[in-house]
Design a protein. Sequence first.
Length: 59
Amino acid sequence: MNSKIQMIASALIGALGLALLAMMIVVEDEPGAIPLALILVGAIGCATGWMRGRAARSQ
């Protein structure tokens, strides 16, 4: 997968996690595991996409 596409997809997953987290806090007064996992996956995906982009530019 292209690093830009990976970063965009990861950012969308992270944004979805943030939206779900906000909704769950408002509705249930606790964050829940799924939104936190989506935020974590999005952050890890953005970090690996950034590192892959840097590695491709240095070659």
